[in-house]
Design a protein around this ligand. Structure first.
Ligand code: NAD
Length: 495
């Protein structure tokens, strides 16, 4: 099934996100036959380009970043004939009339009303002005066909997220608003739901009776790169935990939806956020850890500390690492800790969810394993490795009865020969099809902000820190180990 004819208007059409992600995703959707027969991509930015010059910049991006490699000249030509450029300032409301004229022309040529998708790949400061200028130009009224895609970050705190939601709600219907959390488009992340709800094997065990604790760890080797100015005003809690990691937690913890309708699934997810235990000042002290990296060595190269990075305040107290213990106060999860951690300049780049099952009630066999709590684990590896492994105990071959943990592995690479689509391909296709399941609803975003606000506020008010407190190429501050070790566990890492 393909979507109806579609016009994309990409604000920030000359920006990094479009070059690296959006344009390659649209091109790959085209190669794989998912684009509608009639489509048009109108990039817009302040730079002056002709259509031809703009197409060339996108081609450069695609050649560099597309998962399908260098573009095939014939296919690229056919695709690029539907790519246009309009130079304009988002603040100039007159220029929006031009979008209207272009859309009407497509409608006349195609003899049908197209879907129109406005993609806000610009700084969040511009989200309100673009929305209100679209509205002034009467480009938003068709609630069935007009959609708007909002990039992260969605708000800087609860108050600003509420404001943005309110502003969008004055202009659009919720069914028109697609708030992107690109983690939700990842193949392995979507598979969490398939894995949980399409197998009878796991669901009976998926609760406090059998699960001891859950870890969600998103670690990065990278430092700031060019993003220092944005990141310094944000930090690990806002940039990663409030959105991506809490969304992963929701997928692990949600109740079974009755069907695959977008609001049904999103209702179940928002219920998890609503059930999460609010943080008191004591909880912030006892159950959270923040860190900032010092300079050090990574893979034989000296790397700067966070405070020495470009566009970062040399006295910055922004955290580049956060580890937090959460609880979900409902019947299923009572007493089961969820440990989340994320950080930059860590030893490994890996996004991994570990479900640790409880120990057997009585040990019959002598075990040679050094870990006392290593009996059964489900390890969902999201990136870069894409796999699900179940660790079980098995007898080691030999005359002795000695047990060892072994892995039952579902590895994408070994199972499927074709390439997996990028998250943005999935999400752009869903936007064309009008499927909001993998997008954040307004109340979801607000609930997630509500949960992290006490942590942000306490961290903000208590600035006497001994930053930097972890060295590059480590696993973060020692206190993050202590946070989980106090409960008798340790952070799981991939070999
Ligand atoms: P960028 O700075 O590379 O691009 C900004 C774009 O905005 C450019 O096309 C520029 O021409 C345009 N722009 C700036 N001022 C304008 C104006 N007054 N009128 C018209 N156009 C104007 O930024 P980016 O990295 O592409 O990020 C864009 C958005 O996507 C941000 O909200 C960012 O948080 C989000 N995002 C980016 C990435 C990424 O990988 N780059 C990932 C996730 C989210």
């Amino acid at each position: 099934i393909k979507s109806d004819p579609t016009v994309f208007v990409i604000f920030g059409g000359t920006g990094d996100l479009n070059m690296r992600k959006l344009a390659p995703a649209l091109y790959n959707l085209y190669l794989d036959g998912w684009m509608p027969k009639q489509f048009s991509i109108i990039g817009t930015g302040r730079t002056k380009y002709t259509d031809e010059q703009y197409r060339q910049t996108l081609l450069d991006g695609i050649n560099q970043f597309s998962r399908s490699g260098k573009a095939d000249p014939v296919k690229w030509k056919a695709f690029s004939e539907s790519v246009y450029y309009q130079s304009s300032d988002v603040k100039d409301h007159e220029s929006y009339k031009e979008f209207g004229t272009r859309i009407e022309k497509h409608a006349a040529d195609w003899k049908t009303k197209p879907n129109v998708i406005y993609y806000m790949a610009v700084s969040p400061n511009f989200f309100p002005i673009i929305a209100s200028n679209l509205s002034k130009a009467k480009l938003t009224q068709d609630t069935k066909r007009v959609r708007v895609v909002i990039e992260k970050p969605f708000g800087h705190d609860l108050e600003s997220a509420k404001e943005l939601n309110q502003l969008l709600a004055n202009i659009f219907d919720e069914c028109q608003i697609y708030r992107i959390d690109h983690y939700l488009g990842k193949e392995t992340v979507q598979n969490i739901m398939a894995f949980r709800f399409a197998n009878s094997l796991f669901e009976p065990l998926w609760n406090r009776n059998y699960i001891e604790h859950v870890q969600i760890s998103v670690t990065e080797q990278l430092g700031m790169g060019e993003r220092g100015d944005y990141y310094d005003g944000s930090g690990a809690l806002r940039d990663m935990i409030q959105n991506h990691l809490l969304q992963l937690l929701c997928l692990v913890a949600m109740e079974t939806p009755i069907n695959w309708e977008s609001d049904e699934v999103r209702n179940r997810k928002v219920e998890v956020l609503r059930a999460m235990r609010p943080f008191t000042a004591d909880d912030v002290r006892n159950s959270t850890v923040r860190g900032q990296y010092a300079k050090g060595w990574m893979e034989g190269k000296e790397v700067p500390g966070y405070r020495e990075e470009a566009k970062v305040d040399p006295q910055s107290n922004t955290e580049t690492f956060a580890a937090i213990k959460f609880f979900v106060d409902n019947w299923r999860w009572q007493g089961v800790p969820f440990y989340l951690r994320t950080g930059k300049r860590l030893h490994q780049s890996a996004s991994v969810i570990t479900i640790q099952f409880r120990d057997v009630p009585h040990k019959v066999f002598p075990s040679e394993t050094s870990e006392s709590w290593a009996q059964n684990r489900l390890i969902i590896s999201i990136q870069p490795e894409m796999s699900i492994r179940l660790q079980v105990q098995a007898k080691r071959p030999g005359l002795d009865m000695i047990l060892n943990p072994v892995d039952m592995v579902f590895d994408y690479k070994g199972t499927y020969s074709n390439q997996t689509p990028e998250a943005y391909e999935t999400l752009l296709l869903d936007t064309m099809m009008g499927d909001q399941t993998l997008f954040m609803r307004g109340d979801q975003v607000e609930s997630a902000w509500e949960l992290v606000m006490p942590i942000l506020n306490t961290w903000q008010n208590k600035k006497s820190l001994s930053f930097p407190n972890y060295s590059a190429d480590s696993w973060g501050p020692e206190s993050a180990e202590a946070l989980i070790a106090r409960d008798g566990f340790h952070w799981f890492t991939l070999p």
